[in-house]
Design a protein around this ligand. Structure first.
Ligand code: TSU
Length: 299
């Protein structure tokens, strides 16, 4: 079993084509096809189905891909760690961030980190727990910086708290209840949830329950934090929750307002989340260190 073939399989899934994967690995398509056929012979199982429409993974392929991702991720981390322990600060850190982190601590932390370690590549994407859990679990990501609702986490992951994010209730400026002060007034509103249950969007469900109001009337789930402020600004019928920093930085701020609810809302606890059995590389630890540094300065 050769690591480059495993890397190619992961790329085929990512890019959706054997040709694109071969190109990105500077291989010819026949060479990559031959390598995959050799792996299929070794495993005595077909991994891919090629058709005119493209390439798909068989159920053997999907099962094997989980192992391939772990091995590829682990080999990257092992090489990076050895280089970094030798004093060569190179390699890659892959992380996901929540909107509050992306707009808040991440820019300052990355600035410091890249000044210190310009050769370490950082691959950053959006992501919230629990949706992001599969790519932490399969080793694709080194870690995520995300709220963990009620610290309810699967046992193969660990979370270290950083700080509490401030959540606000937001509506369009012409929403009839934009000046409401009690959650009970918002009971019949059409809510846009910004994450599924167990994500930070669930704070509104928790707040309603705490105040004995049953469940909010959820009419939309919008998991795009780029779209959420725009969607709510475009109509006078929706209310939502979002981190205060997202409201403050939204280009739609003029068309939105914070509903001045006096009942307390839960504050999602933002944590560093990683697989419990995959320690961070020295570089990833340093980046987390910078995040913690700026998190402490906020307190
Ligand atoms: S954040 O994790 O602090 O960015 C966040 C996201 C979404 C909601 C609250 C907090 C609703």
């Amino acid at each position: 079993m050769r690591l480059p073939t495993l890397q190619a399989l992961v790329l085929i899934e990512e890019l959706g084509s054997i040709r694109a994967a071969a190109q990105s690995m500077a291989l010819t398509q026949p060479a990559l096809t031959a390598a995959i056929q050799q792996l299929e012979a070794e495993l005595k199982a077909p991994l891919l189905v090629r058709s005119k429409k493209g390439v798909t993974f068989t159920h053997f392929g999907q099962a094997f891909l989980r192992h391939a991702k772990l091995m590829v991720g682990q080999s990257r981390r092992a090489q990076d760690e050895m280089a970094q322990l030798r004093g060569h600060w190179e390699g890659t850190i892959k992380l996901a961030v929540s909107p509050a982190i992306g707009l808040g601590l991440l820019p300052q932390a990355l600035r410091q980190f890249t000044l210190q370690h310009p050769e370490v590549k950082v691959h950053c994407r959006d992501g919230l727990y629990p949706s992001i859990a599969p790519v932490i679990r399969d080793g694709t990501l080194d870690f995520a910086l995300t709220p963990v609702h009620r610290m309810d986490l699967e046992s193969d992951l660990v979370a270290e708290p950083l700080y509490s994010s401030q959540v606000v209730i937001v509506s369009g400026v012409s929403h009839p209840l934009s000046r409401a002060v009690r959650l009970a007034q918002l009971q019949d509103c059409a809510w846009v949830l910004s994450s599924p249950s167990r994500g930070p969007g669930a704070v509104i469900e928790e707040a309603f329950q705490t105040h004995g109001l049953g469940m909010p009337r959820v009419t939309m789930l919008c998991e795009s934090f780029l779209a959420l402020p725009a969607v709510v600004a475009a109509s006078d019928q929706w209310v939502t929750t979002m981190p205060r920093i997202l409201f403050e930085n939204s280009p739609f701020k003029d068309q939105l307002c914070i509903v001045p609810i006096e009942d307390t809302l839960p504050s999602p606890l933002i944590c560093t989340v990683r697989r419990h059995d995959l320690p961070l590389t020295p570089a990833a630890m340093q980046l987390v260190g910078w995040i913690q540094h700026f998190a402490l300065k906020r307190l």
